[in-house]
Write a protein that binds this ligand. Structure first.
Ligand code: ADP
Length: 279
């Protein structure tokens, strides 16, 4: 509901008459403001790790440090460099997704392999972010055997679909406190649509934030996001990938109880192996 912005120009016209040209520039101004916001966000996200890095470099150059201290500093520096690397990688992914034509409908990706990779990634990430003495997370994935029997496939680009689904699972791992439960499913529904869901027992998300979660750099908990390697671009990437595959993202959440992220693939993009698409 931003106010209407008009650009008005006046030109001399036959005799002493004038020609008034008025253009609605609301959307141009909005796009401009979004671009400025985006650049400011990116600059901020890069500046923070850079400041930390230059600080450490200065310390290494000026202070006599023990070899343990040096090792410790270098590990911290490597963390900051990795943060910048992830940010640049996510920015490149986003720009590629925006620039490329939608993926072909002729390639089919096995749901089993998508789920298996999600499971491996989730276990790896959970191990990486667990602190000593933490209760483990319970990660519940569909039985590979049942997925094999179903022989389900989705049409689209395997690498894009993998990154979108893994992203949702990884977010559940990152935001659910130790000892919590995460349940992942992929089912073919009666109407032929495919339903992927990730349910967690994390902090939940207040309703007013839900519509904005897929905006670039929109984060509720900046420090948790950063501590677990977040760039703030994950859900923006997920949204783009799903749009390109005609799929929809639904988010349900109850504060204090947990969240559910659901992806619905249209029936035309689902099939059982060796059979035609389901509609
Ligand atoms: P980030 O890298 O910060 O995780 P995302 O785009 O993946 O960026 O997510 C945006 C924000 O949405 C996160 O910072 C977090 O606040 C919130 N969020 C995403 N997934 C969950 C979840 N499963 N539970 C609670 N909050 C979540």
């Amino acid at each position: 509901t931003s106010p209407l912005k008009l650009s008005v120009q006046m030109f001399p016209y036959e005799g002493n008459r004038k020609l008034l040209l008025s253009r609605d520039v609301t959307s141009i101004e909005l796009a401009d403001a979004m671009r400025r916001d985006f650049v400011a966000n990116v600059s901020h996200e890069i500046r923070t790790p850079l400041t930390v890095l230059t600080g450490f470099i200065e310390t290494l150059q000026t202070l006599p440090l023990s070899s343990e201290e040096r090792t410790q500093y270098l590990a911290l520096m490597s963390n900051q460099a990795q943060r910048m690397q992830s940010l640049v990688a996510d920015l490149l992914t986003l720009s590629r997704l925006e620039g490329n034509p939608p993926p072909s409908l002729k390639e089919w990706v096995g749901v089993r392999s998508l789920m298996r990779r999600c499971e491996e990634d989730a276990h790896g990430l959970a191990r990486m972010i667990a602190k000593d003495g933490d209760k483990p997370l319970h990660l519940n994935f569909p039985q590979m055997q049942s997925l094999d029997e179903a022989g389900l496939e989705v049409a689209g680009a395997g690498n894009e679909l993998q990154s979108a689904l893994s992203n949702l699972v990884n977010n559940a791992v990152r935001y659910t406190p130790a000892g919590g439960d995460i349940t992942v499913q992929f089912v073919l529904q009666e109407d032929g649509t495919g339903r992927f869901s990730v349910m967690d027992t994390g902090p939940g998300i207040a309703p007013e934030h839900i519509p904005r979660l897929t905006e670039r750099f929109y984060r509720l908990d900046r420090s948790r996001s950063r501590d677990t390697g977040g760039t703030g671009l994950g859900l923006a990437i997920v949204k783009h990938v799903l749009q390109r595959h005609g799929a929809q993202l639904q988010i349900r959440s109850t504060l204090g109880k947990g969240s559910e992220f659901v992806v619905v693939f249209p029936a035309s993009r689902m099939r059982k192996a060796d059979t035609e698409a389901l509609v």
